[in-house]
Design a protein around this ligand. Sequence first.
Ligand SMILES: [Zn+2]
Length: 868
Amino acid sequence: MPNANIGLLPNHISPKKYDITIEPDLNQFDFSGNISIDIKIDRKTDTIRLNSSELQINSCQLSSKHGKVFTPNSISEEKDSENIFFKFEKEISPGDYILFISYNGTLNDKLRGFYRSQYKDSKGKIKHLATTQFEPTDARKAIPCWDEPKFKSNFKLRLIIPQNLQAISNMPILSTTAIGEKKIIEFAETPIMSTYLLAFIIGELSCIERSTPDGTLMRIWTTKDKEALGEFALDVSCNLLNYFNEYFGIPYPLPKLDHIAIPDFAAGAMENWGAITYRENALLVDPNKSSSMTKQNVASIISHEMAHMWFGDLVTMDWWNDLWLNESFASWMGDKAVDNLFPDWEIWNQFITYDTHEAFNLDGLENSHPIEQEVNNPGEIGQLFDAISYSKGASLLRMIESFIGAEIFRAGISNYLMKNAFGNATTKDLWVALSEASGKPISEIMDSWTNQTGYPWINANIELDSNKKINIEVRQQRFLFSNIVGKKTNSNQLWYIPLNIKTPLSSTETRTSFDKENESITIEKNIKESEPESNWVKINPGQTGFFKVNYNDENWQLLHKAIAQKLLPPADRVGLQNDAFSLSKSGLIPITRFLNICSAYIEETNAIVWQDLCSNLKSIGHQLSNTPYEKLFQTFTVSLLDSIKLKTNWDPTSSDKHLEMILRVTVLNTLGENGDPDTNSKANEIFEEYCTTGKIINPNIKSTVYSLVAKEGDQEVFDKLWTLQKDSELEEERVRILRSMTCFSDKLLLQQLLEKSLSDEIRYHNTIGIVVGIGNNPSGEELAWEFLKSNWEEFNRRYGEGGFSLMRLVGTPSNFKTATHLEDVEAFYLSNPAPSADRSINQTIENIKINIAWMNNNSKAIGDWLSN
Ligand SMILES: [Zn+2]
């Protein structure tokens, strides 16, 4: 629960209904507002306190039901807590009142609160739209309000806008009335909901629409003339609605659901109830120009946001410390629904890479945080939007679902939603519902996962005894990457681990659990002495458990053969190399164990397995860049791809399956990045042909072509790419090219790109990707860091209030690996603190320390191993 004295609003006054009228001015970039709030006062008070930020209050009045009017004799504001105080001369008695406030505000350019977005229309004319982004604590920048999730209310909204513009909000339009050059649009009243879910968007917008079988109006909105790019999203969202209605057992509660693409947008998307907003490339698909991966991203993001319509919007966390409930659930549920729609995408195998491994990477740091994290102010709340809240939580939900069974889990979720509909809930409430459904002590099991930072690794010693049984000794310990810098873990930190074990000797998995430091498990199986190779043991089959596993030498060797012969499914093949990689990165096992296991994958054919493995190889390659071992390691990496290279090529066809596209791009990228001459010259050839003859590049290989061309490219290539992105009307293509342009090796070109990143040619939401991208390029890490330091003031102005952008930005120097760099980074952030991203700064510094230790421990060992 939040600390009481940090500006949280008292409970004795609560809002019941907001009646809001807003008139934005898209020329002056400001707005005026009038708001009447039905409030209930529970005890005598002379002060009404609510949230307001960056608003100018013109007048305020309080009236009782009987028409008695009170005017405050002072209005004061506390900037730090974003509180506003209306103080009255006499105490107000308990009862129902209407609080009226007239105010003004600015349509800012910071992509938060009520803000403006600029774009060019199809004729190249500059246009503006106005839109909102309120989560977590920016509704107070548009309306004075009780801006905490537990103060749920009904909202009635009226917008006064020019005749030629459209307006969208959470609910359908009730009436439109012309007044001179303008019109008043009145929306239907919302059901009871939290302030952060309110939304309104005003601009020259158009839509495509469809009615779903249950009568929900589904619409995809874009700026004018782009609406055809919404077809894919419309199909997907209609199908998803059916799936969710059925899974939750509660029909979608609003009459319509709008999806709106916004040219400037800080996050990927935002789950405003009934009016979901997106970045353009998170919603729009061009059937001719979009890649298969963009379709997957779009479907996944829509699905995540639609899951929020129930989980987050219908039932909302009581306070932000339970943000994970919203985000983890939407991430997990979103993937489940996408898997149902697109089973051949192998979403759950991808989940292991994109969620579980992502969470492992962050949560393996000392500077991680527990899932349930106490937060008190907007800066702290904003920092919760990280891989812990999204991906660790989602991985834990997958672990419990696997533990109690999918149907029981669904029943528990449905009960939880029904019980708490139109209200607020906590993590405890979810565990209670799942315990009731399963008859298992879910709270007891999950507390160790949600209250503690980090996760365990299991050391398993496996012996085959003379009675033909398998004896497994397991020991758990917190996993820390900083083990490599000599950090010791606390042996009191233990987890309740659901433990599944698979051996080829048995058709069923052994399912057990342990919560002590050590445990002995015996599996009564008939060991085949004649076939010693089939006596391997795989702990955590399917990688549903949120922990890493190490084995004794013999079992690693048996698993090596099992991987090579594909006796294990792709999920396990993804997991085994990844566990070995992280364990070696933290110094818990020698790096050579990971390098040895790589050779088990030379006949691998699964796209997701390659993707994860190549990303680990890339990480080592990055560490070894500019060392004597760089070339040796590149040769090693290319040699691992010898076999799969023959199965992939540069010629995608329309009949290619989604995973074939992923595989092709993964293999070609890895070959090209590691200097494979054939791959790079082919990329240049394709690009050249495109530039000279206009021969279209298949969208699925565009990103590979652009980035490999950039890697070896000169000023001419730079200019061509820059013009291509500038002239492109598709945000997806612009982002793809900008991302590729961070891959130049030429430092002068990287510097040019950095300079452009802060110019008005680049959207605010794309700047960060350029700076961080160049920071991830061994040729650019120094440049990106120097650029960040010398432009800190502007970065701070734009992004300093916190959020995804700032958290990513401060991580720019994460790849440094020398003590001099470490000192520089520490000194800079000490004198230029970013309180809304201080945890990310600590994580960055920790990562640099790990890199330094890794270099000392491993670079020579790798060199020796490769030379032999
Ligand atoms: Zn979300």
